[in-house]
Design a protein around this ligand. Structure first.
Ligand code: 5GP
Length: 186
């Protein structure tokens, strides 16, 4: 397939923008202010769940005006395509003891809730000073376990979304907005 055709097909899958760059920016500004106010003076560790949350982490850490450290974990629940595998695997763990930190998990999206349910249990067992979950997106209609984030910037219906760190088979993470992925178009 030539490059032009490839780009055309790539764009065809972007059905419509559901959250714009400006809306994301404003919501992150407000979330950053809230976090800064409630954690001021405490040792914060932001734990980004890779890969999907890397863009959100980069923006939210810069919206936080108090000192904070950054850590990364990698969890996989979707392998290829748009259907959940139902398996959560920790493929990369944190590199430090979290017992001296107020941990804030930074996640891209809560869908069935399984990934965060498992990660929260695991991190709680390591006795952090406190543990909260901040997610960019929440899809409550898809929940399979009883899980609620402490802060969700946007609640969305049951669409498969791409952009702003979220992928489909590793593509589209670099879109600056959140879009609905078109599962119908070939
Ligand atoms: P959960 O364990 O809550 O079902 O799934 C969480 C993970 O599944 C997210 O971190 C994300 O990687 C992936 N996921 C869930 N819904 C979507 C979606 O609409 N779009 C994309 N790209 N990934 C999703």
């Amino acid at each position: 397939m030539d490059k032009e055709q490839c780009i055309k097909d790539y764009n065809k899958k972007i059905k419509r923008i559901i959250i714009s760059e400006e809306e994301i920016k404003e919501a992150i500004k407000q979330a950053g202010e809230k976090i800064s106010a409630s954690y001021d003076g405490r040792p914060i560790l932001l734990v980004s769940i890779l890969k999907g949350s890397f863009v959100f982490l980069a923006d939210i850490c810069r919206a936080i005006s108090v000192p904070c450290e950054i850590g990364f974990m990698c969890a996989k629940s979707y392998y290829e395509g748009t259907v959940s595998s139902g398996i959560v695997r920790i493929t990369m763990d944190l590199d430090r003891d979290i017992s001296k930190y107020h941990v804030i998990i930074i996640e891209d999206i809560v869908d069935t809730g399984r990934t965060l349910n498992d990660i929260v249990k695991l991190l709680k067992s390591r006795n952090p000073l406190s543990l909260k979950v901040v997610t960019l997106l929440d899809k409550p209609d898809r929940r399979l376990v009883d899980f609620k984030a402490d802060m969700a910037l946007f609640t969305i219906p049951d669409f498969f979304v791409i952009g702003y760190g979220l992928d489909c088979a590793e593509n589209y993470r670099n879109l600056p907005y959140i879009a609905e992925y078109d599962t119908e178009v070939d």
